[in-house]
Design a protein around this ligand. Sequence first.
Ligand code: Q9C
Ligand code: ZN
Length: 342
Amino acid sequence: MKTVYNARHAAHAATREFFRGRLVPAFEVPARADYVLAAVQAAQLGEIVAPVDHGLAPLERVHAPAYLRFVQGAWAEWQALGGEGDAFPAVWPVRSLRSDVAPRSFAARMGLYSMDSGTPLTAGSWEAAYWGAQASLTGLDQVLGGERSAYVLTRPPGHHAGADFFGGYCFVNNAAVAAQAALDAGLQRVAILDVDYHHGNGTQAIFYERADVFYASLHGDPQTEFPFFLGHADETGAGAGLGFNANFPLPAGASNEAWFAALEAALERLQAYEPELLIVSLGVDTYGGDPISHFKLDRPEFSRLGQRLAAFGARTLFLQEGGYATEAIGHNVVAVLQGFEP
Ligand code: Q9C
Ligand code: ZN
């Protein structure tokens, strides 16, 4: 399987993030992708290719142009204000406040276009995220061009980013960009299976009222796990999208047996949908050793996941999402990919 590697990921390099009242070393760091790249090379998984630039238009198919422009220019605005260190939002337009007017204040727009204070915006966030989306589109080209599968190695991740907000370490929703581009290339039914520990609120929201993308996710129960405000089992889609969204929340600490039972249930739903393409939001923060998550998968389970996805039988685009046990994530990702294609 080929890997599309976004070498510009390293432009997004946060040093710290907020955690329990302190600034602690960031979890979503460049070393994550470096370890995965090393593991992909050591395993001789296949050719490693660079992203091809498809421009901004495919990103604008799922994100509000004003939001993309904001992220693109945010670092310069922050610098002009004399911002020291990374940029964080501090105020949000919650219930009863207006979110239909973009204020002139940069601080206000940081809040308008974000969902949490846990996502540092850095000098190279836009560059890294832009090229991550290009890597996704390049991976899609491989799969639509006849490859059975492709793996996109990029960061920052994407699945928490909504049409007009960043959060959860995500700025551009790579899975949504690829799914929409697949439809624009002529496909009619695209499935997204999100196996990251966290619910992909951005991806769900983008396609919630649509039948042409089926979003299924297994994740830590939002009652206790980020992103807290989406990801419940009763979210089944709306309007034309009713019946095309399926959430499988599991309690923090859930057993591997429970996780694989949920995987079966999700795949059963996707099988009935008969997708022409499967996009896997491949977070490996389900690993037992992950520092911010609470499932218990390990190497044998990651390999079993890959095998099970191969048996699903669809053209498959793997996109890197979370996974914060930095030194382990390369081995975990490779276990999935080698399980898929031994
Ligand atoms: N100190 C993804 O896995 N904040 N995002 C956790 C831990 C949010 C994770 C705080 C975690 C988001 C793509
Ligand atoms: Zn995650």
